[in-house]
Design a protein around this ligand. Sequence first.
Ligand code: NAI
Length: 269
Amino acid sequence: MNMGYSGQRAVVTGCASGIGAALCVQLVSLGAQVHGFDVRQPADCDPAMRFSQLDLRDPLAIARAAGTIAPSVDLLFNCAGLSSVAPPMDVVRVNFIGMRSFAEAVISRMQRGGRIATVASIAGANWNNRLDTVRALVDTEDYAAADAWAAAHPDSVGAGYALSKEACIVWTMTRAARDAARGLRFNCLCPGSVATPMLHELQKQGRGHVVDAIQQPSGRPSTPAEQAGLLLFLNSDVASYVNGHALVADGGYTAALTIGETPRAAFTK
Ligand code: NAI
């Protein structure tokens, strides 16, 4: 099956580690031209790839990084992220506010056929139960307005992670609905547990019980490559009629939870 990646110009955030790094390897092997961004230099960047530094916590750094992007881009993969062990405002800035701001700069370089895939999480699954709150953040005009909203709503922000991922999902759905007529597609991926440094960070910080809970019923985390393959699917020609979708990839955790076979993990909000 031809996924249509040969010669495609792809931008990937979070390229230095985990899901983003695994995705870059797969994109390069499929013949895409990859421009990776991350707050830190990748340890072993494929020579076929371009790399630029990007700190999603800083609007000026986002503008500088956006200036390095080619005038025309086909694909965007938003993979950069912070876990809930980081300060809540940093989590919301990296996972949603900065992600959206950088994405807008990339989208402005896309023609019809542009595709955007964002890594959310099953931690954002509660988005529909507090849509008004999430929409209030998603509907802010720009980085400064979103940052001000988050600073003014510490109770809604909580530990930052769940809100940031709910916002990724609602932003994806909103843009999918509004931009389908322009020929753009927006989807997101909601992984369960993934064996990356982020998972080890959570375990070290005493959140091993959450990790154990979301690894039921499969009994294992996914590999970064398994999640990267699904991002490739979402942004491929194979998924040309998939738009506004939040694809859950959690080894059956959400299914087991929905039918009452497994208890809900105690995510920190
Ligand atoms: P990771 O820690 O291996 O990779 C995250 C990347 O984001 C790193 O390369 C890091 O340098 C980069 N990053 C962090 N702060 C940044 C900033 N200020 N500006 C630019 N880049 C920055 O983690 P992983 O697991 O690959 O995470 C990728 C995405 O997957 C994240 O959005 C995460 O929330 C999500 N996810 C991860 C899960 C897991 O169990 N590992 C589960 C569900 C979602």
